[in-house]
Design a protein around this ligand. Structure first.
Ligand SMILES: [Mn+2]
Length: 426
């Protein structure tokens, strides 16, 4: 962890300016009938989960360029996640991936408690072969034509639930790479039937208070067809499985220009939105940092979420998680900035004048409606986010505090460089 004196010293340099900015924004919001303290309280309560694999340097299928001081195992990863939460106050939970993060539950619980973290959704892995597994996933896992392979994949997911139960998790996220690379290679219908049958066996092993999230992805690693390719198929899965099954929306897993906020609205309307993997993209599933390319889209997604929460939409309790790959930045810095981008979109969505928006929509006043959204999006809510951090003992400027702390150099001295593959993305 980082010494609190480092955070305090860094905060000292900008605390006066922050108070001025906060007061000034407070006055502007007050004129719009919004209490800045009420928005700050909601932002302060908000948390987004960090994926354990996100703290390692990512890579592409061409190369991976390791960073210094990369985590060697789950306990190093948890240390890094602890720093991210310490500096931002926005990431209280970590999402583990099995088998990458396998460790005794007592040790995981003790480490999480020491760092003030808890465990979010569990993630299974049937998209790559592990050294000791008898059946290969080369031709799919839950939808494989071989019974033995499907059973192995089901049992792995059941094991993830067992591990999760021991560390306080309440959800399992299932993403599979199953699909085909050639027309004719697979029978779409029979393949999907096999998938559903396997998912039903996992669903039966789900504890009463757990949820299962299926995650769709348009393409990759299968490039001709993918079994769970879009939100329509995902919705059918959630409906087939039952009330504990929900759809997970990874922002990157859509074709360019797809109206993701509308998908979110549809899933909310029918009580099947399970959660998010936040990231950003320009061309495909780029796994770029959340909010780095299209912050307006992120805001529009949050606009739907705030709208749903105001309406008290039934079955609405989405899990929020980052899922991105850091190839050229320090993963800790990227995850801190991304968590703040998610918070920013949330804060902007909270200050939308909803009664005025509804009136404009009902009156078919398109210009006023879109201007109301833009007005909220254009508002620089940074003082709200920064004040929420300051009041938690976190950093006004987390990246500056992180750089001043010397954390990366310190861990680099004890963690030897890791080469080769890693930084898996699901
Ligand atoms: Mn994902």
């Amino acid at each position: 962890m980082i010494k609190s004196s480092v955070i305090e010293e860094t905060n000292e340099t900008s605390i006066a300016a922050l108070r001025e900015d906060y007061d000034s924004l407070g006055q502007r919001l007050d004129r719009r009938g919004i209490s800045i303290d009420a928005i700050k309280a909601q932002v302060s309560d908000y948390g987004v989960a960090v994926p354990s694999w996100g703290v390692g340097t990512g890579g592409t299928r061409f190369a991976r360029f390791p960073g210094s001081g990369e985590p060697r195992h789950v306990f190093d990863k948890l240390d890094d996640c602890g720093v991210i939460h310490q500096l931002t106050g926005a990431t209280p939970s970590v999402s583990l991936h099995i088998p990458w993060d396998k460790a005794p539950a007592d040790d995981l619980n003790a480490k999480a408690e020491e760092l003030g973290l808890f465990f979010d959704a569990m993630n299974s892995n049937t998209f790559q072969d592990q050294p000791d597994q008898p059946q290969s996933y080369k031709f799919g896992s839950l939808s494989n034509t071989r019974d033995e392979t499907r059973t192995q994949a089901v049992e792995h997911n059941l094991e993830c639930i067992e591990i999760g139960k021991a560390i306080g998790s309440k959800a399992l996220t299932v993403w599979i790479g199953d699909g085909s690379n050639f027309p004719g290679q697979s029978n779409f219908t029979r393949q999907f039937e096999r998938y559903l049958e396997a998912m039903k066996r996992i669903y039966q092993g789900l504890p009463e208070d757990w949820r299962i999230f299926s995650e769709h992805k348009m393409y990759e690693p299968a490039f001709y067809s993918t079994v769970v390719q879009d939100w329509g198929t995902n919705f059918m899965i959630a409906q087939e499985l039952g009330p504990k099954a929900f759809c997970l929306v990874d922002l990157g897993h859509h074709a360019p220009n797809v109206n993701i906020e509308m998908i979110v609205a549809r899933l909310i309307q029918f009580g099947k939105l399970g959660g998010f993997h936040f990231n950003d993209s320009k061309y495909g599933d780029d796994d770029l940092d959340t909010g780095s390319i299209d912050p307006y889209r992120l805001f529009l997604v949050f606009n739907e979420l705030v709208d749903a929460s105001h309406r008290k939409a039934p079955n609405f309790n989405p899990a929020h998680m980052l899922d991105q790959s850091h190839n050229v930045t320090d993963p800790i810095e990227s995850l801190m900035v991304s968590a703040m981008e998610v918070q920013r979109a949330y804060a902007q969505a909270l200050i939308v004048d909803r009664p005025a928006l509804e009136a404009a929509q009902d009156g078919n006043d398109a210009m006023t409606a879109t201007t109301l959204l833009k007005q909220a999006f254009r508002t620089d809510v940074e003082p709200i986010l920064a004040m929420a951090r300051l009041e938690k003992g976190s950093a006004i400027d987390p990246v500056s505090a992180f750089r001043k702390s010397g954390y990366r150099a310190r861990v680099a001295a004890e963690r030897p460089a890791v080469s080769g593959a890693g930084g898996g993305i699901v």
